[in-house]
Design a protein around this ligand. Structure first.
Ligand SMILES: [Ca+2]
Ligand SMILES: [Ca+2]
Ligand SMILES: [Ca+2]
Ligand SMILES: [Ca+2]
Length: 446
């Protein structure tokens, strides 16, 4: 009996162990399939290396190349109104924020700010996190990413005449976010916010507008401890009209650009700080006339300022200026049309100026290449998302234009992020009767 017991006991233990192990494996399998089914799948970059990129590089028949629809991912895919998405990237990570209606169980019209992330260069995305999760109308999220964290802002309508800029950050790669804080904290209407981050430095600009007044101030606020504390706000300019301040940073430099439609002082303005936003030099006017909503991107000492039109102002081309000395001096005015064709006297130039009809919501990113993405009018009913790029190091001209959305209906409000050879563009599209956030991963072979 003793022998038999001795023989059997270990067997039972082993069986129990195997059973426990089996249940564990089963549990993991079920958990995995649950998580997996909730993830969003995007396309693989290998496609582009073999076919799309070759077409982009060698197709001489067309100035505009259609991006394949089959390689666009719907990131939201819900019945809610999903709009105004922005994207950030760092190493293999891609982060997306957007504004979405959350009408369920609420007496009033409400939107919240949602966040998703990918850890595999946009192949799969996590489930959304609601960052604002409040009853105020939450709008226009912006995102900045550095090796020190993910920094996100948006505007909450506290009451009818007062919006405030809200801030949250994640220091664990988007797993959790800090308590939301009010950055602007003024009685004026605070909106049109933008954010930039460099290491632990976080910089925010917005527009503060007095009640019943179109004139507004360009406001700036900085943190040099990863968004734990913020310095007092600085007013960069007052008495501006229809301004859309934009911000970028690198090293100790902080750069801000904005448009001013106020007739007394109209133009495109640029100002920089060389001491992490402690104070700013005198603002300069980059362009006196013809300016619209601008964007700015920085890589090392290279500064690129780009602008298209406004809703109220059609300027028929995309303009830009470069600086190679941290914004001390800028090149003369250039247009994307002439940079692609090399001359304003060619038929290609004329063709391009027909393609670039009314560029809006221009976004730009500076890496080894610089990229410009915008929304443009294809027909009365259709707008599409267009992208072009240039090789900065060789100072080459811009290449062809890619039509990324390439669909019927209004595609609008693009945002771009770059990490390595991956260029990520998202935008808002009206498909199946509601707005969705669409995602394109353009693999650039260099
Ligand atoms: Ca939707
Ligand atoms: Ca809300
Ligand atoms: Ca305010
Ligand atoms: Ca379209």
């Amino acid at each position: 009996m003793a022998n038999s017991s001795n023989f059997r006991i270990p067997n039972i233990i082993i069986n129990d162990h195997i059973l426990t192990y089996f249940y564990y494996i089963l549990f993991i399998f079920i958990l995995n399939s649950l998580i997996f089914h909730q993830e969003i799948y995007a396309i693989d970059e290998s496609f582009f290396v073999n076919s799309f990129f070759e077409k982009l590089k060698y197709d001489n028949n067309s100035l505009i190349i259609d991006f394949p629809n089959s390689n666009i991912t719907n990131l939201t895919n819900n019945k809610e109104d999903s709009i105004y998405a922005q994207i950030g990237a760092f190493e293999n990570n891609v982060y997306v924020v957007w504004q979405e209606s959350v009408s369920k169980n609420l007496p009033k019209h409400n939107y919240d700010i949602f966040f998703i992330k990918s850890n595999d260069k946009g192949k799969t995305f996590s489930m959304p996190i609601n960052l604002s999760n409040n009853t105020e109308f939450s709008e226009r999220p912006q995102i900045a990413v550095s090796e020190n964290g993910i920094f996100i802002i948006w505007a909450d309508e506290i009451d009818k005449n007062n919006k405030e800029i809200m801030f949250t950050k994640s220091l664990d790669n988007g797993a959790t976010f800090s308590k939301v804080i009010n950055i602007s904290n003024t009685l004026k209407n605070s909106n049109r916010q933008e954010i930039s981050a460099y290491n632990k430095n976080v910089y925010i600009v917005w527009q503060d507008t007095q009640q019943n007044n179109t004139n507004s101030s360009i406001m700036f606020k900085s943190s040099i401890d990863g968004g734990n504390t913020f310095n007092n706000s600085i007013e960069l300019m007052n008495n501006t009209d229809d301004s859309f301040p934009k911000i970028s940073s690198y090293g100790n430099y902080v750069y801000v650009v904005w448009n001013n439609e106020n007739k007394e002082n109209s133009g495109l303005f640029f100002v920089r700080s060389s001491n992490q936003g402690d104070n700013f030099e005198k603002a300069i006017k980059i362009e006196y006339t013809n300016s619209g909503e601008s964007q700015i991107a920085v890589n090392g000492n290279k500064v690129l300022v780009v602008w298209g039109g406004l809703d109220s102002k059609n300027i028929h081309n995309i303009y830009f200026v470069n600086s190679n000395d941290n914004g001390s001096t800028f090149t003369g005015l250039k247009t994307v049309s002439e940079k692609i064709t090399g001359s304003s006297n060619t038929s290609d130039y004329n063709q391009l100026t027909k393609i670039i009809k009314n560029p809006l919501n221009v976004e730009v990113n500076n890496y080894n290449l610089s990229y410009i993405v915008w929304q443009d009018t294809i027909s009365q009913q259709n707008q599409d998302i267009l992208l072009t790029l240039s090789n900065q190091t060789d100072n080459n001209d811009y290449t062809k234009i890619l039509n990324l959305s390439n669909n019927i209906g209004v595609s609008e409000c693009p945002s771009i992020a770059i990490s390595g050879n991956n260029v990520y563009v998202i935008w808002e599209d009206f498909i199946s009767g509601n707005h969705e956030i669409l995602f394109a991963n353009i693999y650039i072979q260099t």
